[in-house]
Every structure is written in structure tokens, then in C-alpha cells.
Design a protein around this ligand. Structure first.
Ligand code: UDP
Length: 238
């Protein structure tokens, strides 16, 4: 029997910067704001989330400061798990069932990353939070967002940005005349070296033909609107 057409399924990328409210650590008031928006969409769409860790550690920075790169990257991945647990807690306070799946085994705090189980969770209206990146040094959570989106069959990658509401023709902080683009191709994003996501993430989405929407966190209810498929910010397509 053919299954009912599935609900819109999205993979939301939240960078560590978002969790920290611009500082080291976790700003629960900020996390609560977007958790409540996610909560308002449960039942209408299936959401999974890849969280960054830049509010704790970035491997490349620790490595410049003298640590071994791979070890520094593992520290970075552990930071993403802390963000995942904070998001899980605050989502559950908002009445959302959640599961954290970690790419690095840590049974006391998270399930292992099991893609088919992640899909089942979403079908049961649970929000799945992917922590620990890919579990691999030298990767970024941007790349992981694209990979997880592909593996769990997401319809779109949603990229919530702090401070900007989409992709601009130039850096709006430097060039006041810069205009926001409503549409962009991956080819253009790669060619113009647009840094809203890393190049590996753009390439993966390009090659596998999944769309990406880049939007501002700050706008009223923007996270919920993006999850539900409203056309805000910039759409990136193959
Ligand atoms: N990281 C990694 N492999 C991964 C994902 C993340 O090594 O698959 C490390 C890397 O050191 C990175 C850090 O975790 O700097 C935090 O992730 P990221 O910088 O992507 O977070 P964001 O910029 O989104 O806050």
C-alpha cells in the first residue's frame, strides 16, 4: 500500500552563536524564544535540528592556540552536545517530545545517530536534535546539516542566521546599498564564495538537489514560518 504523502520535513541548522546570544555559554532566554516557535509547528511539519557549537569551542581556533587539531575538533563536537541538551530541555518545557541523537556514543545523555530511528521519531511528532556533528574532525556542523538532511529525506535545509535576514549582494554591514536576494543558485553561492554555509554544505545540497532557505532568526516568528514553508529570506536551489 502506498503511504500517505508525507508531511513537510525539514532540517534546521542552528549555529552555536544563536545559543550563546553572542557570548560563551547558553542564553536560555534566546533558546526559549526559538523553542516556543518550534513547539508551535509540531504536528504540521516534521523537524530535526543540527546544532553548532561555536559558542563553546571551534576546533580551528583552539588549534591556532596550540591544541592538536583533531582533539580540538572533538572538543568542538562536545560543545554541540551541550547545546543539544539545553535545546532538548527547553523544548520539553514547551511541551515538545524530543530525542537527541549523537554522532559520538554517549549512552547516558543521547541515543546514537540512527537515521531510520530519527525518521520514526519525526513521524511520531518528536523533534530530533543531532549532536556531535558528524563525529569526525575536520568537518563542520554546516556540512553535517546537509548530510543529515539528505539521509533523513528532508525537503529543505533551513539556515537560521543571527543579525541578517538572508543572503545579500554584498556584506550589508560594509555596503549599505547591498540588497537581499530572494533567490540564489548553489553555483552562484560557490562561485561568489558566500559564507552563510560552508562550501561543502552547498556542494552536497547542489549535487543532491535539495533546497536551502537562509533567513534571520530575529524576525517575528521566523523560525516557525520557515519550518512551515513560508517564503522568507533567501531560497538557494541547484
Ligand atoms: N566539529 C567537527 N566535526 C563535525 C562538526 C563539528 O570537528 O562534524 C567541530 C569543529 O571543531 C567545529 C566545532 O565542532 O569548529 C563547532 O561546530 P561549528 O563550528 O560547525 O559550529 P557553529 O559555527 O555552527 O556554531
Amino acid at each position: 500500500p502506498s503511504a500517505a504523502p508525507h508531511r513537510r520535513r525539514v532540517l534546521l541548522k542552528l549555529s552555536g552563536e544563536v545559543f550563546g546570544g553572542g557570548r560563551v555559554g547558553i542564553d536560555t532566554a534566546v533558546v526559549r524564544k526559538f523553542a516556543e516557535q518550534i513547539a508551535s509547528t509540531v504536528g504540521q511539519a516534521e523537524t530535526s535540528i543540527v546544532v553548532g557549537g561555536g559558542n563553546f569551542f571551534r576546533g580551528a581556533e583552539l588549534s591556532s592556540a596550540g591544541l592538536d587539531r583533531s582533539r580540538a575538533d572533538y572538543m568542538g563536537m562536545l560543545g554541540t552536545v551541550m547545546n543539544s541538551l539545553a535545546l532538548q530541555d527547553i523544548l520539553e518545557q514547551s511541551g515538545v517530545d524530543t530525542r537527541v541523537q549523537s554522532a559520538i556514543e554517549m549512552a547516558q545523555v543521547a541515543e546514537n545517530y540512527i537515521p531510520r530511528r530519527a525518521i520514526r521519531h519525526m513521524e511520531k511528532d518528536r523533534v530530533v536534535i543531532f549532536g556531535a556533528g558528524a563525529g569526525l574532525p575536520y568537518f563542520s556542523t554546516d556540512t553535517v546539516a546537509a548530510q543529515r538532511a539528505l539521509e533523513i529525506g528532508a525537503d529543505e535545509v533551513l539556515v537560521a542566521k543571527n543579525g541578517v535576514d538572508g543572503v545579500y549582494t554584498a556584506d550589508p554591514k560594509v555596503e549599505p546599498d547591498a540588497e537581499m536576494l530572494t533567490h540564489l543558485t548553489y553555483g552562484e553561492a560557490l562561485h561568489r564564495d558566500i559564507r552563510v554555509m560552508d562550501q561543502t554544505a552547498f556542494s552536497l545540497c547542489k549535487d543532491n538537489n535539495v533546497t536551502m532557505r537562509v533567513f534571520g532568526m530575529q524576525g517575528e516568528n521566523n523560525v516557525a514560518r520557515a519550518i512551515l514553508g513560508e517564503e522568507i529570506g533567501t531560497l538557494v536551489t541547484a
